[in-house]
Write a protein that binds this ligand. Sequence first.
Ligand code: ZN
Length: 285
Amino acid sequence: MKIIFLFIDGVGMRDAAADNPVNPEVCPTLCRLFEKHAKPVDACLGVEGLPQSATGQATMFTGVNCPKAMGRHCEGFPGPSLRKIIEENNLFLQLRKRNKKVRFADAYLVESPEELIARRYKSVTTVMALTTPEVITTANDLMEDRALMQDLTRETIQDRYPDIRIIPPQRAAEHLFALAREYDFTLYEFFQTDVSGHSMDYARACAVLRTYDRFLAALVRFTEAAGITIIMTADHGNIECMNDRGHTRNPVPFIAFGPHERQIRDRVESLEDVTGAVLAAFDAM
Ligand SMILES: [Zn+2]
């Protein structure tokens, strides 16, 4: 059993509308997965207010209802008490306990994981990765195409790293697939969807979704042939409603595509169930 986990930030499920760029003309592969392999799941988690990144992602990667634990939806970077929940138990730790080979494919542009500890603001995935530093990929891995940039194409780092060449999204899919063959569980996080959702710029959102879809189209071809399961989900809605700057209360997609997809999907009703579903998939195999 091998799993690629695609965490896509800020993508909810909503009916077709003029301000919803998640449509087959913009992102045909994503929409096909939505239609045939996705289940709409709850991201509000029984707590008032709009779902936010820190608590949504922490829930996704720990199985703890973090908005409930914190008493509210928390934005951006997790504070001390949310970090504590993530550090105590998370998906990477649970997989390592089961002797699974785990990789976090998003490259950190540092020489070594130690440099990340000093960072004042750490994302949920960074806090999680630091509990199992061997999963972390760095600038060296990126140079050797053994990691991906968070934007897929590396365009956003051209000013700082002119030596790192821009690649098409299909190439990023090749790199992720090569990693996934080597590891039991490979996580790739993409947050440009949320960033463009906040911009209220419809054309920009379409461009981001098109790039992601090219990556996804190549990736599903590879994983289907190799029998690797893709799991994909989001922390909250945003980009599917471009008339509004903030997040949405729409359900988020929980996609499972590949071996055992039905059993994996059946276990998930909300973001709280994601970690358990991944672990159950490994335990059953
Ligand atoms: Zn956001």
